[in-house]
Each structure stands twice: as C-alpha cells, then as structure tokens.
Design a protein around this ligand. Structure first.
Ligand SMILES: [Zn+2]
Length: 283
C-alpha cells in the first residue's frame, strides 16, 4: 500500500512551535517515502474550539510550504462514522453505558469499573466506556522502538462518548487513522498512551492500525519542555524563519547557517531527511 501520512491538529488556538515540528516531521516522512500527506482538523469538541483557529492553522501550514495532497478532512463532518463505531462496540458487548462522574476515578485518573456489569440501581447513563479487560498493547514504533502498554494501568475502561454526547478524541482518532488508507502516524511522544488506546479500539472494531512513529518530546536547547507561551514562540511572534530553523533543530535536522529562507530550509530538509536521527534522540 502506498505511504500515506497525516497531520491532525485540534483547532484550539494558533499553531505553536511544537505543532509545527510535528507537522514538519509527518510531512518530511511522507515525502521521504514518496507518499501522500493529509491534513485533518480534529474539531470534534466545540467547547475547546477557538473560532478562526482552523483556518489560521491551515494558512500557517501553507506559508511553511506544507500543503496537503487532498482536501482538508474535518472531524465535525464525520460524526456518523463515530456513531456507527460506537454502536458496533455496544452491540458486540465491548462498550457499556456508565453513570459515574469523574469523582470515581483514582489518583491516576483510572476508572475502577463500577458500571462494567450494568448501571447501579438508580443511576442513569452519562457516558459510554469501552472495556479494556487487561488488554496489553504491543507495537513496534518506527522511531521510539518496541512499546508495551497495559491499558488497565493507564486508564482502565475509557470513555468513547462523553456525558455531553461529544464523541471522545480516542474514538474519532481511532476511526479516522484507519479510514483514508493512512499507513503511518507521526506525532509527538505525549500521545504514546493515546496510540495504545486507539490500537485497542481498532482491534475491537476489526480495523487495521497504521504504523506509529512518535517523535521525542520537543525541548529547547537546555532540554526543557518547549513552552507553549506565545511570547517565547517565534512562530506566534511572526518570525517564520526562526520558527522553521528551531523546529528543524528539534527534529535533529538543523539546516546550514547559509540557508536562511523558509522555502530554502524546507527544500534542504526534504533532501536530507533521515528519520533514524530521531531514534537516537529517544535513548
Ligand atoms: Zn460508571
């Protein structure tokens, strides 16, 4: 199957440096494999969405030369697919209604399984959860290497539709990363646990999973996690060439000093991209 990658930002604000690096990594990896690159806007959560953010992100990516090879996909237009997936999980017994609030979660945010065998008397359904049943998710990450995730330790049975009837990120992403023939998902290491949950959902839905490649946590030159504050972010300060150089540095592909334009740096990175450099950053 031909390589297809994607970048899937949530429209909760302007694109920041960390997201630019993730977008670049997925784009460069797709081009390295002579593949297609898709852009999906994960706008499933109207409460977190910021008006104008989706078009702002698309415009910023365009200015960096990151143009998708197909029309932009919007999760808000795909709710029927998430509904179908949820119904399938309910009818196969892999999902169940839960009447609990967040107050029942333990200190690590894990659900103790109270409604697993039916709603307690007097309780009414709030959310829908998927069973984890001790699932252990093993996968070989293209950058981070072999992974082994115990879902009961991470979260326990997790929500696929929230009390406000919004489909949860895990379900939407699980469905969408299987749907348009996506073969590899390149994204930040902060989403590693999410990948485990999404692989679990796709197994239950009998969908195949893409390969995963998690890029190391994006840090500054001192090894600190990159601040999301706009004041420290050259991207949000209107300094695109600085942002491009920093993002590529984080991806272990610093362009030579004489390459100074955004276009020039992208062209240089396309020519020199070696994903293996990111693997060594993991250890
Ligand atoms: Zn419950």
């Amino acid at each position: 199957m031909a390589y297809t990658g994607r970048f899937a930002p949530s429209p909760t604000g302007a694109l920041h440096l960390g997201s630019l690096a993730a977008a670049l990594a997925s784009f460069l990896q797709a081009r390295h494999h002579s593949g297609r690159w898709l852009l999906r806007i994960d706008d499933i959560d109207p409460q977190r969405e910021q008006p104008g953010s989706a078009s702002g992100i698309i415009q910023t990516l365009h200015e960096f030369g990151l143009q998708p090879d197909a029309p932009v996909i919007y999760q808000s237009q795909r709710k029927h697919l998430y509904q179908q997936a949820m119904e399938q999980l309910l009818s196969s017994g892999h999902a169940y209604p839960c009447g609990c609030s967040r107050a029942v979660l333990d200190e690590q945010g894990r659900y103790p399984g109270i409604c697993r065998h039916g709603l307690p008397e007097g309780a009414s359904a709030r959310s829908i959860r998927v069973r984890c049943d001790g699932a252990e998710i093993d996968f070989d990450d293209a950058i981070a290497g072999p992974q082994q995730l115990q879902l009961d330790e991470l979260s326990g049975d997790f929500v696929i539709r929230r009390a406000d009837h919004c489909f949860a990120y895990q379900l939407c992403c699980a469905v969408d990363d299987a749907a348009p023939g996506i073969t590899e998902v390149v994204r930040g290491s902060d989403l590693l646990a999410c990948s485990g949950k999404q692989i679990h959902l796709r197994r239950l839905l009998q969908l195949s999973s893409p390969r995963y490649a998690h890029i190391p946590l994006i840090t500054d030159r001192q090894g600190r996690k990159l601040s999301k504050s706009a004041a420290d972010d050259p991207l949000q300060q209107g300094e695109p060439a600085d942002a491009m150089r920093l993002a590529l540095q984080h991806l272990r592909h610093a362009p030579p000093a004489q390459v100074t334009s955004v276009d020039g740096m992208l062209a240089w990175a396309l020519q020199h991209w070696q994903p293996g450099r990111l693997s060594s950053a993991w250890s």
